[in-house]
Ligand binder design. Structure first.
Ligand SMILES: Nc1ncnc2c1ncn2[C@@H]1O[C@H](COP(=O)(O)OP(=O)(O)OP(=O)(O)O)[C@@H](O)[C@H]1O
Length: 588
């Protein structure tokens, strides 16, 4: 495979490559025609200054050429930018569609803080980088090349010495520039790494600010940030100081007065030797003056190309995210039993976090998963809606392996309320109706009432049509109750409840528990809870330890067994010192 076909930027631009080429071609023609007026002006000068009577026809033709060339140059450049903007628009639309398609197919477990950050960066910044390159720099770069190149050719056609005259200050610039760019890639990488450390220090500082302040450690936390910034500024200054001296020298070589001085002095010398005429010197001066802009644009184009290349790589890696495998012959689950048969699971290449789990949750019953922190409760529960697929064994819903159920059918069967319930942008109604867009008003209100959130909603300025974030900001407990109402409306026969009361205060927790008991009625429920008191009435309690089932049964039977459950129970319900021990264990 060639390097080009491996290049993500090349691949992303491939579908609109024809339009981009058209834009570049038109941009080149536009640049060429914008040179014509300068040439024509020089030629016009020759006509006007030539001895004898004025050649009216030649004068008029030259003036017409100037006007036409100006109009054509303007038209071509306009059309070029139109073509590249159209290409960019099509490419961005296709990329956004592809991103949505891919993101809609990845397993739910793929989403994490890291991937969410990458998606935000791709949609906000990376697509913008591609826009700069495709819509602007390709056209600007070709114009920046064609204009001076054709100018130099014109000079060469007049007299080769004029061509040399126009670039006489270039060698100084070229040597200084090559010197500046030595090891540029490595230095940029070091600067990037140093800047990433500054960003990480800022994020760490801002995220932990409440804890840091509460423990009076602001100075210490700030120290990390200060050190990262100091390191960055040292590196930056060490790199930039010598560059600035060279930059000053190279910029001097390309400054207007130096170019004017060099071309006029050289031109005077040429004139004295009768090699060229005064108008030829003027043409050389005009071309020489246009060259610095070319270098500037080419430089910017190189930076844009590099940024777009990095952006394309990030977008391509998002687009390459593995979709959730779907069965070619999906089967329809019958009923709402959930079964785990000899299930084992590991995240990626990590260690096994679940080993040989066999469990049967009968329809209409509540099964509680309890155990120490990190025992594997959430992992086990989220295997049911296929956040991840098992490494070994089978998870069945309604008697069918979840991998053989079409995802949309699975989500109609299995609903979940997780620790950090999410609200989407839109109205309260939009949020409630996510799982049932055609829900009637009466059903929406009934669900909100049952979830103990109706009164809070009607107190908002626009009731159910209030926009979240604009008309209303919901607390963690209220968000949980909204997501419970959403689940009630979606009416899935199987429910996964993961620490739904984790972030609630006692009053809010009581209301959430109320709402949950309405939600759980008649459904197969798999509930995860740290607080054992909240699940002691469950039909079946499964105690996980180190990814294995340590024991299972009813609350009383487990207490009588005097195993891990009884131990955890005593820690939670015992004296304060022991409760402290539980907290420590829970966090271990
Ligand atoms: N996305 C992930 N990638 C890698 N490892 C993970 C991931 N999520 C969880 N783990 C690991 O899997 C193990 C089980 O985690 P899990 O969250 O299922 O436990 P838990 O019993 O629900 O814990 P808690 O009660 O604290 O929520 C832990 O060792 C955890 O570090």
């Amino acid at each position: 495979m060639s390097r080009k076909t491996n290049d993500p930027l090349h691949q992303l631009r491939h579908p609109v490559a024809g339009l981009i080429r058209l834009g570049v071609l038109l941009g080149g023609v536009g640049a060429l025609t914008s040179l014509l007026p300068f040439v024509a002006i020089v030629e016009l000068g020759r006509v006007l200054l030539s001895p004898g009577p004025l050649d009216i026809v030649r004068t008029e033709i030259t003036a017409l050429v100037i006007a036409l060339a100006l109009a054509l140059g303007w038209l071509c450049t306009g059309l070029a930018l139109w073509a590249t903007h159209l290409a960019d628009h099509r490419m961005q639309a296709a990329l956004r569609r592809d991103l949505v398609r891919v993101l809609g197919r990845v397993p739910l477990g793929w989403y994490s803080d890291k991937t969410s950050g990458a998606i935000r960066k791709a949609v906000q910044n990376d697509l913008e980088e591609l826009h700069h390159l495709v819509a602007h720099h390709d056209v600007e770069r070709i114009a920046a090349l064609v204009l001076p190149a054709s100018g130099l050719l014109y000079l060469g056609w007049l007299d080769w010495r004029l061509m040399v005259l126009a670039v006489v200050t270039f060698p100084v610039y070229a040597v200084a520039y090559a010197w500046m760019m030595r090891g540029f890639g490595d230095k940029m990488e070091q600067l990037d790494a140093s800047f990433s450390r500054v960003s990480a220090a800022i994020v760490e500082f801002v995220h932990g600010i409440t804890v840091v302040k509460a423990f009076g450690q602001t100075g210490r936390a700030y120290q990390g940030y200060r050190e990262a910034v100091h390191d960055f500024s040292e590196r930056y200054a060490g790199w930039v100081r010598p560059l600035l001296r060279l930059e000053a020298l190279s910029s001097l070589a390309l400054s207007a007065p130096v170019i004017l001085l060099a071309t006029l002095a050289g031109g005077a010398w040429f004139l004295a030797r009768d090699w060229v005429g005064p108008l030829d010197v003027m043409a050389a001066t005009l071309v020489a003056m246009a060259l610095p802009q070319t270098l500037l644009t080419l430089n910017q184009g190189m930076v844009a190309q590099r940024n777009a290349q990095a952006a394309a790589k990030r977008i391509a890696s998002l687009l390459a995210a593995e979709p959730l495998p779907e069965s070619r012959h999906p089967r329809q689950p019958a009923g709402s039993a959930v079964e785990f048969e000899q299930v084992s699971f590991r995240y990626g290449d990590g260690h096994e976090v679940l080993s040989d789990i066999s469990l049967h949750c009968r329809p209409g019953t509540v099964t509680a998963l309890v155990g120490r922190s990190g025992a594997g409760k959430s992992t086990l529960a989220t295997l049911v809606p296929r956040f991840h697929d098992v490494s070994a064994g089978t998870v069945r819903v309604g008697g069918v392996d979840v991998r053989q159920i079409a995802p949309e059918v699975l989500y109609q069967k299995v609903g979940f309320v997780l620790q950090n319930a999410q609200l989407v942008r839109g109205t309260v109604r939009d949020n409630l109706c996510l799982g049932r867009p055609d829900a009637e008003e009466a059903a929406i209100i009934e669900a909100a009432r049952a979830a103990r959130i109706h009164d809070r909603i009607v107190a908002l300025p626009r009731g159910y049509d209030s926009v979240i974030g604009e008309d209303a900001v919901f607390s963690g407990g209220e968000t949980q109750r909204l997501s419970i109402a959403r689940m009630l409306l979606a009416d899935t026969p199987i429910l996964i409840l993961d620490e739904a009361t984790a972030h609630a205060d006692p009053e809010s927790e009581a209301r959430i528990q109320d709402a949950l008991s309405v939600l759980a009625k008649g459904r197969t429920v798999l509930v995860i809870a740290h607080r054992l008191a909240s699940v002691m009435t469950a039909d079946h309690i499964v105690v996980l330890d180190g990814g294995r089932i340590a024991e299972q049964g009813g609350h009383e039977a487990l207490l009588r067994r005097d195993g891990l459950y009884a131990h955890l129970w005593r820690l939670q319900t015992g004296p304060v010192e022991e409760a402290g021990e539980w907290e420590r264990e829970a966090r271990a």
